[in-house]
Design a binder for this molecule. Sequence first.
Ligand code: NAP
Length: 299
Amino acid sequence: MAPAPPDRPWTVAVLGPGGVGGLLAGLLARAGHRVVCVAGERTVQALREGPLRVGSRQFGDFAVPVEADTALREPADLCLVTVKHTALADALARVPDTMLATGTVVPLLNGVEHPAALRAHFASRCVVPGVIRVESARTAPGVITHNSPFTEIDLAGPPERLAPLADVLRAAGTRVQVRADETAMLWAKLAFLAPLALLTTRHRRTAGEVRDRHRAELVALVEEAAAVARACGAATDPAQVLALYDSFPPDTRSSMQRDAEAGRPLELDAIGGALLRAAARHRIATPVARRLVEDLGPH
Ligand SMILES: NC(=O)c1ccc[n+]([C@@H]2O[C@H](COP(=O)([O-])OP(=O)(O)OC[C@H]3O[C@@H](n4cnc5c(N)ncnc54)[C@H](OP(=O)(O)O)[C@@H]3O)[C@@H](O)[C@H]2O)c1
């Protein structure tokens, strides 16, 4: 049964209405919430001139008006942080901490280190880290193409406290699970994502080509990442990670690979760099990850 809608519409700020943020902004606005997209001038202008447009394999095509501004100027009940890690510091300057004095901040970035930056910017109690499983891209300012037939969000924190938030996200159409352990949640995602991102980007090949032509390197990297994740508190089984990797459609390309192909900045430090830093803290050898990060890094 669908969860009951909250007793009043929420004011939801979406910092970075791109692939992830734009999809969620559209779903929440469609569900009746007041959505304020916080973005740069070009995207703000596009969203003020026309509706947010979503083309979705899961939800169909729809267009919905949202508000847009270059900064959050009113208190919000919820702020979704959905910029890339490379833009996080600049983007946070658009959301004064006072605007979330009583609201909740949910970052959905990949990586494991951003919650600390967010807790330094906002009151630490209001930051509820999440991870999202989805494939969605911003094809033009305010235009979103959602390619996966699923939109799944994990949130970390006490279930009773997160129940209203989970209900709002579920009523908008996403699948939500509440996890007890934030570190385990973030590392479980990174242990899978880091091998996929680093290998597809380094070899400029699809996931299918990587698992066929670079199997030994893939297995070694998955084992390294799983060892680091386990040391950080996530019970990660490399065999399960490999099985998940093998279950992906062969033509899967990672978002880091798409960023590289488009000449955009890579989330290399948030994904590969974070893996190496945690490995160093726990004295775990990660020669494959180190070489790939060096190969992909600035030369
Ligand atoms: N896309 C996916 O399918 C997916 C899946 C799982 C996880 N993730 C993770 O989710 C995070 C967001 O990824 P994404 O693919 O949604 O990124 P994206 O499509 O590039 O969207 C990022 C958004 O941030 C905006 N932005 C950039 N700099 C900004 C600034 N200084 N101030 C305000 N807004 C700014 C961009 O504005 P413009 O529109 O003006 O460019 C864009 O709307 C990443 O950590 C990614 O790894 C993505």
